[in-house]
Design a protein around this ligand. Structure first.
Ligand code: FES
Length: 121
């Protein structure tokens, strides 16, 4: 399987790993088929994502997409972050093999779940 240099870089050196002290939103997503789980922590102030982190029990592509997703949403308003699709994450990573696209969906879903948690639903 061929991974882009960006995927390998984010897999080997993931950004924003671990629980986030002071997080006021947490979201989780999982894929029943592969059993991988992703947890996203956000610190939101005045509608803006000040900080984000993740914990992923999953494959290398899931780790790379979680890492990239946290980087992409930091500094964005929650409305902007809701528009960060899995394809935007894949594009920022220079692409993913077709069989690994579902891993990026986990990242999008985890961000959305965390924002829903923040909004209280
Ligand atoms: Fe399950 Fe990648 S194989 S998230």
């Amino acid at each position: 399987m061929n991974y882009s240099a960006q995927v390998m870089e984010h897999f080997s050196n993931p950004r924003n790993v671990g629980e986030l002290p002071g997080a006021n939103a947490v979201g989780e997503s999982g894929n029943a088929k592969c059993g991988d789980i992703m947890k996203m922590y956000l610190k939101i102030e005045n509608g803006v994502i000040q900080d984000a982190s993740f914990k992923t029990f999953g494959c290398g592509a899931a780790i790379a997409t979680s890492s990239m997703a946290t980087e992409l949403i930091k500094g964005k308003t929650i409305e902007e972050a809701l528009k960060v699709s899995n394809s935007a994450v894949v594009e920022a990573l220079g692409g993913l093999p077709e069989s690994k696209i579902h891993c990026s969906v986990l990242a999008e879903k985890a961000v959305k779940a965390a924002i829903a948690n923040y909004k209280g639903n």
